[in-house]
Write a protein that binds this ligand. Structure first.
Ligand code: ZN
Length: 381
């Protein structure tokens, strides 16, 4: 029984419950896995199990006691969230929110609320790229004050890869002399970016994306989708639940059309149309960053599928179901395309859209990159 929504990942859940059962809960765990795989859900459900007043025989949380209800409402005093946030104008040593504008502070509250409503959203504060040392210092103080509290104190570090050297070292100090009954759960999609000293202090728990079957089953049950549609979304999302939810909330058909138009411009090298597209997209990015990110992901999916076909993969593994013909002719027209290079660059661009970069320049460079790659790889007849 889960307290917050969790798709699949039952094996990891059981492993975590076993730790409680065997009285072997350690000080630090790193949940390492890609976006949308459910790291926050796992962390919250584990926190619930640790603090449940009336757990089931397998040590899973009851979902009805006061502690479980508090976790569900994100109002549990023993759970601490550490996450990237903006640095204020007049920062204080141990108060990450001192010196923030009202608007910045509201954004933080909104991000926390989003996560409370849906753990798969994470705690995403726009344009925040660092976990501030002041947040760690405040945590240290809070944990000291919590000594003697009932139950387990759980520190959830969201996007651990965004700890910089000083905040990592501050965290390390707490990890080296952890208060009793305190456990750190560091979530990251970039395990190797964490300082080796942090890594060696924690146990790694690899989190793979939930299986297509698990996702489809969840979609059928929760959203009443028929099997075919559920399988399609499950496939398209590549195991990213955040993405599935975005897809569910948008009109995929229209997005696919817009995306095909973009490819046509690229393949024909129509610079006028591309320039216009870059302008339009930059304007849309200001209003809806997620939608534009999804479009760029379509590029990624397309490249991945074409690469799969070129390498002789089975069409049943395609993400773009129903586009086999178009994909095959794409592969035929660009026989020497360096797919891995193009995929890497697309992933880099998606990652950069989450940072504070000037979007028109970013997308402009990206289009130029793709146009050139395609031009070099084109079949000469
Ligand atoms: Zn409970």
């Amino acid at each position: 029984m889960h307290v917050v929504e969790q798709v699949g990942q039952e094996r990891i859940s059981r492993k975590l419950l076993k730790l409680i059962q065997n009285n072997r809960v350690g000080n630090g765990y790193i949940l390492a896995g890609p976006w949308g795989s459910g790291k926050m859900s796992l962390a919250l459900n584990f926190s619930a199990a640790l603090n449940c007043q009336n757990p089931h025989a397998d040590f899973s949380p009851c979902n009805t006691c006061e502690s479980c209800l508090k976790i569900k409402r994100n109002a549990h005093p023993n759970i601490y969230f550490i996450f990237p946030s903006p640095a204020g104008k007049n920062p204080k040593d141990d108060d990450p929110f001192a010196g923030l504008t009202e608007q910045e502070f509201e954004k933080i509250q909104e991000a926390i609320e989003n996560m409370s409503n849906d753990p798969y959203k994470g705690i995403e504060v726009e344009s925040s790229t660092t976990i501030l040392i002041s947040m760690i210092r405040k945590l240290r103080k809070d944990l000291m004050l919590a000594v003697g509290n009932e139950g387990w104190q759980v520190v959830i570090v969201y996007r651990g890869e965004m700890l910089n050297e000083s905040s990592s070292n501050a965290l390390l100090k707490i990890l080296e002399e952890p208060p009793k009954k305190t456990v750190f759960l560091i979530l990251t999609d970039k395990y190797h970016v964490l300082l080796p000293t942090i890594r060696s202090r924690c146990q790694k728990i690899p989190v793979n994306p939930p299986s297509t079957e698990d996702i489809a089953a969840w979609l059928m049950e929760k959203y009443n989708l028929n099997q075919k549609t559920a399988a399609y979304y499950a496939h398209y999302s590549n195991g990213d639940i955040r993405l599935v939810k975005e897809f569910l909330a948008t009109d995929l058909q229209t997005e696919n059309e817009a995306f095909k138009e973009f490819w046509r411009y690229l393949m024909s090298g129509n610079m006028t149309a591309l320039t216009q597209w870059i302008d339009d997209t930059s304007n849309r990015f200001k209003k809806d960053k997620e939608a534009v990110r999804r479009e760029i992901r379509h590029v990624l999916f397309w490249l991945r599928d074409a690469y799969l076909l070129r390498e002789g993969g089975t069409p049943s593994r395609l993400i773009n179901v129903g586009f086999e013909k178009e994909l095959n002719s794409f592969v035929h027209y660009y026989p020497t395309l360096d797919y891995l290079k193009a995929i890497r660059e697309t992933e880099r661009v998606i990652e950069l859209t989450r940072k504070n970069v000037y979007f028109p320049a970013l997308i402009g460079h990206f289009c130029l990159f793709l146009t050139e790659e395609l031009a070099h790889a084109r079949l000469h007849t």
